[in-house]
Design a protein. Structure first.
Length: 241
């Protein structure tokens, strides 16, 4: 619309200038009229001025048109923030590593231990009457119990630990010079309570040993049994000697 109106206005302006110049020339006396060449020059100057005005109007119209074409449409919408691509930080984030299972250590070794005096039930006459109440009806002071052990623990360490935990009486004699421990009494039942050949002995995995319990190391899965003997071990399966 602007491109069509501005040239039309320019043409009208030129016509008005020419008309005004014509009336001005006709109103003066003939003798005072400008030479024909001057009139022609004035007309030429007027035409040049009009042409310059028209050119200026056309240039303005073209600039307006260019500006209008380069401007974004009024109804165009800004990009929706909700349609923006997701952040790559979340996509590149590394998943947390699954925790590894803790390796099995020596502290998780286990063994079992039991304590009995069943041989006294077979020969009750050997026990002093005042101690008869110390013997359980089934002769078991401690049923087979699982105990946590570590590498380097001895049979004595396990016995002392379970006795403290279960509050079972334990009395022993230690000889530091030989790193030797001798068990004198368990559950208030002592050596010689049932004769000169009576006392406490032990086995590991059903194997009896004459070695001090403080010098025998335990291993994972060992079965320790402490038992009272009335006949120097022969009545519990221990070898002679």
């Amino acid at each position: 619309m602007k491109r069509a109106v501005k040239p039309l206005l320019g043409a009208v302006a030129v016509c008005l200038l020419l008309t005004a110049a014509w009336f001005a020339g006709s109103s003066q006396p003939q003798s005072e009229s400008l030479p024909s060449s001057s009139s022609v020059d004035v007309c030429a100057d007027s035409q040049d001025s009009s042409a310059t005005g028209v050119s200026s109007l056309v240039a303005d119209a073209e600039e307006d048109s260019s500006a209008a074409s380069s401007a974004p449409p009024a109804d165009s919408e800004a990009p929706d923030a909700s349609t923006a691509l997701p952040s790559t930080a979340a996509a590149t984030e590394k998943p947390e590593a699954a925790p590894h299972a803790a390796p099995v250590t020596d502290a998780q070794w286990i063994c079992t231990i039991s304590i009995d005096c069943q041989t006294i039930l077979a020969r009750p006459e050997l026990l002093p009457p005042e101690k008869s109440d110390l013997v359980p009806a089934d002769g078991i002071l401690l049923d087979s119990t699982t105990v946590a052990v570590s590498e380097g623990d001895t049979v004595f360490d396990v016995l002392e630990r379970i006795a403290r935990e279960k509050k079972i009486h334990l009395e022993f004699d230690m000889t530091p010079a030989y790193q030797s421990v001798y068990i004198e009494g368990i559950g208030n039942l002592y050596e010689f309570d049932c004769g000169d050949l009576s006392g406490w002995t032990y086995s590991v995995n059903d194997i009896f040993s004459p070695t001090s319990c403080s010098q025998i190391s335990v291993k994972n899965g060992d079965r320790i049994r402490w038992c009272y003997t009335c006949d120097l071990g022969s009545d519990v399966g221990a070898p002679e000697g």
